[in-house]
Write a protein that binds this ligand. Structure first.
Ligand SMILES: [Zn+2]
Ligand SMILES: [Zn+2]
Length: 206
């Protein structure tokens, strides 16, 4: 049977893990920050202000691959396709060392992500990335939302934002510290003001 990974000539992260003599059940704790083990988990994460490396993109593709594997063969096809697209993007970015993708979200944006209480969420609301119902949430880091009002486990969205300044669901942009991104943003804003000023002038003198 040809899998999603064969079709896309990708290394199946789940198979790779099996061949490393890991258990058949995806062990998600491997990807999750461990409260008792701050030092080793933080060494697994990107130090602030560092350009992401190919291995950072690959590690996140592996985490999303484990979510996908967990819900097969049943599960939500639309959600699996959503994860497939994210995994493909991450593997492409790993190949290009992230050079062609969006820049990481800004450190202050990630730091100031809001905390959302479970009671604010509908009973069937699930994290867009892992598809786990928030009311059965086993992860301890809590729930957050992006300005586009999409909800996520913090454990799921923070590693994505450390690599991309957008929402993985609707692609709405969030701030970045990347100097090129800031420059482009400023130029686009100046162009917008210039265009508006021109319209005002046309109106005044017509
Ligand atoms: Zn999640
Ligand atoms: Zn969104």
């Amino acid at each position: 049977m040809s899998s999603y990974y064969d079709d896309h000539s990708l290394e199946d992260p789940f198979k790779a893990r099996q061949s490393n003599n890991r258990s058949l059940n995806p062990d998600l704790s491997h990807f999750m920050p461990n409260e008792d083990d701050e030092i080793s988990s933080s060494s697994n994460r990107l130090p602030p202000g560092t350009t992401p490396r190919a291995s950072d993109f690959r590690r996140l593709a592996e985490m999303f691959g484990a979510f996908r594997e967990r819900e097969e063969p049943l599960g939500d096809e639309a959600h699996q396709e959503f994860l497939d697209n994210l995994i493909t993007q991450l593997m492409d970015e790993a190949g290009a060392s992230g050079k062609h993708g969006p820049p990481p979200a800004s450190k202050s944006f990630i730091r100031d992500l809001p905390f959302v209480a479970q009671k604010e969420l509908k009973s069937d609301e699930a994290c867009i990335i892992c598809n786990e119902n928030f009311h059965e949430n086993e992860f301890k880091a809590g729930i957050t939302k992006l300005p586009c009002k999409h909800f996520f486990d913090r454990d799921c969205i923070v590693p994505w934002l450390e690599l991309h300044n957008n929402c993985p669901a609707c692609r709405a942009e969030v701030p970045s510290d990347d100097p090129d991104w800031i420059k482009k943003k400023r130029e686009a804003e100046l162009a917008k003001y210039a265009a508006e000023a021109e319209i005002d002038e046309d109106w005044m003198y017509s």
